[in-house]
Design a protein around this ligand. Structure first.
Ligand code: UD1
Length: 435
């Protein structure tokens, strides 16, 4: 069971450590949360396997229960069974939605099934404004009437939900998913141009296919969905988490260790592994993942984040951490979330030299960071700070650990297994994820 209420815990890192050993990668957070909402599209029991034991899954399970579903997690088999009733409730309340932006992905399925949805406006990671305009205008084009009041997005479909042509301003992951899910039960054909192509979207599309949906162009920037009258429940296995795999790869790169990353799909990390090779890492791909050995001191790397198959924004904080100890300066450009730099002020507390200019960060490497108290502000920033702390002299205390628990299964325990000088200290008290 995930660590609930551990959000006010702190982790204490005693550096430096060289991380060496084996890790197993779980199913992808950014896929399973949407697969769980996709289950809403069919009455009956859908079962999802390779489910990670993380807080966001528990939040989504609670949200689905509020919508009237029975949700049972089997931690031995890592499966979640979702029993979807004929009649769903259609309101997703603020207390759950504010904890996790992915809650917005109930919108498409609820509109498709109930023709009405009321979803509190989400909070989630503190990494930018994260608008919903493409979700909204896309669903309106399909016949939904949408208003926003009292902190809720309220959608209803007075007539028919019909297929439509969408040309997204930006290949938004969330908007592509909501529109694709709504379109499966709409009348007629929907075309989504400039659709996001992340492996997690491909995963959701495959689950929808197994439920009886008709989707073409999976994995490309143009999705064509022919609506059907009803979908059937299904059984589906979650794709491996490429961001978790990438996190461990950076952990080896930063600490100069060797990590065998099992149950990972290296094909989903093409540009990431190329950049790590440029940094001086040795990568050996095997049938079930890959092994990576970091250099004594990494070369700096220049990285621009982009939608898939570009460099993932979720691994950007790890690039900044790597460049902060590299043998020179590296430029990091953030093109997906405008405000994803908050953690650099924390990294600077460890001695990192980061100069920000708009969506660019110039990072000048120094030989060794030095331990200090820091605060994790989101999932990836928190994990990147912990990894940076692994190569800082002395003690680093990281608070806001609840953010890390949202996306990583047993992160601290895995670091201990790899030889990291790290322990978790319960502090107690209620954690407010929106802070
Ligand atoms: C998802 C992932 C997140 C990842 C991101 C980009 C989940 C739970 N989260 O987030 O980890 O970092 O994809 O790979 O899957 N935007 C708008 N209007 C919209 C929709 C998006 O302006 O209607 C903007 C956002 O503010 C952001 C950018 O588009 O700047 C990307 O957002 P999007 O791709 O939708 O990311 P999420 O689905 O929120």
């Amino acid at each position: 069971m995930a660590l609930n209420g551990g959000g006010t815990d702190l982790v204490v890192v005693n550096g430096p450590s060289r991380l060496t050993g084996t890790v197993h990668v779980s199913g992808a957070k950014n896929s399973v949360l949407k697969l769980m909402t996709a289950a809403l599209l069919a009455e009956g029991r859908s079962t999802i396997s390779n489910v990670p034991d993380i807080q966001d899954v528990w939040i989504m399970a609670d949200l689905l229960r509020r919508l009237g579903c029975g949700v049972v997690y089997d931690d031995v088999r890592a499966t979640v069974a979702i029993d979807v009733p004929e009649q769903l409730h259609y309101q997703a309340d603020y207390d759950l939605v504010r904890a996790m932006r992915a809650s917005i992905s109930v919108l498409g399925p609820l509109i498709a099934r109930c023709r009405i949805a009321e979803v509190a406006l989400p909070g989630g990671d503190a990494i930018g404004s994260r608008g919903l305009d493409m979700h909204r205008s896309g669903l309106e084009r399909m016949g939904a009437k949408i208003t926003i009041d009292h902190g809720y997005l309220r959608a209803r479909v007075p007539g028919e939900l019909y297929g439509a042509r969408h040309n997204l301003d930006f290949p938004s992951v969330g908007a592509t998913e909501n529109l694709m899910m709504a379109a499966t039960l709409a009348t007629g054909t929907t075309v989504i141009e400039n659709a996001a192509r992340e492996p997690e979207i491909t995963d959701i599309a495959h689950m929808l296919l197994s439920m009886g949906a008709r989707i073409e162009g999976i994995g490309t920037g143009t999705l064509t969905i022919d609506g059907v009258d009803r979908l059937e429940p299904t059984v589906h296995q979650v794709v491996p988490d490429r961001i978790v795999a990438g996190t461990w790869a950076f952990a080896a790169a930063v600490t100069g260790g060797t990590i065998d990353i099992q149950d990972a799909n290296h094909g989903h990390l093409g540009v990431v592994l190329d950049k790590l090779t440029q940094a001086g890492c040795l990568i050996d791909v095997h049938s079930n993942g890959f092994t990576i050995t970091g250099p004594e001191r990494p070369h700096p790397i220049n990285v621009s984040t982009l939608p898939y198959p570009g460099f993932p924004t979720d691994l950007q904080p790890f690039v900044v951490a790597l460049n902060s100890i590299a043998s020179g300066s590296g430029m990091v450009t953030e093109n997906v979330f405008e405000a994803r730099w908050g953690f650099t002020a924390e990294l600077a507390r460890l001695g990192a030299i980061v100069r920000l200019d708009g969506h660019h960060a110039l990072v000048s490497g120094i030989r060794r960071l030095s331990g200090a108290p820091v605060v994790a502000s989101d999932i990836r920033a928190g994990a990147a700070l912990v990894i940076a702390a692994m190569v800082a002299d002395g003690v680093t205390e990281v608070t806001g650990v609840g953010h890390i628990d949202r996306g990583y299964e047993g992160f601290v325990e895995q670091l201990q297994t790899l030889g990291g000088g790290i322990e978790r200290k319960p502090v107690g008290g209620e954690w407010d994820p929106a802070v």
